[in-house]
Design a binder for this molecule. Structure first.
Ligand SMILES: [Zn+2]
Length: 194
């Protein structure tokens, strides 16, 4: 939405459930900036790398883009200081530690346009990592939705297919599925979790 790159800006693309198209939307926005002759750098945590080649991010629907894989927010800062990209996009932001919050704020204050994509909720329906801070810092928030695998309503919750798994998955199909609130609650009640 915002196109004036003379000022810092923070966009957050978020969803409660995976398979909602966050990464696809992030790549789409970066490509638009590149078409507008802006420089851009894309980052993704190593633990989330859904890729076959190095230095690529790949969305669930197969869209690919060059990216730097790092788990260290300071590396994003150093990269920005060395290469001066106008646009800095960070995928799977929920997996970064709290230092990303300060890095994002600092980069936006220096005038960079930041695009973050992240999963807002754990499979237990709790806020995911640093997403609450990032959402509160955002200048613009876009919510995207998946489709509930059981009923077809908009999916807003990640449902863990096995009870009490760790919330470190990127939404691999064998471990989590996207569900609407009703189907998510029904599934958890069946297991005595809700
Ligand atoms: Zn449903």
């Amino acid at each position: 939405m915002h196109r004036n790159l003379n000022y810092g800006w923070i966009d957050v693309i978020t969803s409660g459930a995976m398979y909602a198209g966050k990464t696809t939307e992030l790549i789409r926005r970066v490509r638009n900036f590149i078409l507008a002759k802006r420089t851009a750098a894309v980052f993704q945590p190593k633990m989330a790398s859904r890729f076959t080649e190095d230095e690529m991010i790949v969305s669930h629907d197969g869209v690919r883009f060059e990216a730097v894989h790092t788990d260290n927010p300071m590396e994003i800062l150093w990269h920005a200081e060395m290469h001066h990209p106008a646009v800095i996009a960070i995928d799977e932001a929920q997996f970064y530690d709290a230092s990303l919050v300060d890095v994002v704020q600092e980069l936006a204050n220096r005038g960079h346009y930041i695009i973050l994509a992240g999963l807002s909720q754990t499979s237990e329906g709790k806020p995911f990592g640093i997403m609450p801070q990032l959402l509160c810092m955002a200048d613009n928030i876009t919510s995207v939705y998946g489709v509930c695998v059981l009923c077809g309503e908009p999916a807003t919750k990640p449902f863990a297919l096995r009870a009490k798994t760790e919330d470190v998955s990127i939404g691999a199909g064998d471990k989590y599925e996207a569900r609407c609130r009703k189907c998510w609650v029904d599934g958890r009640r069946e297991r005595g979790e809700a």
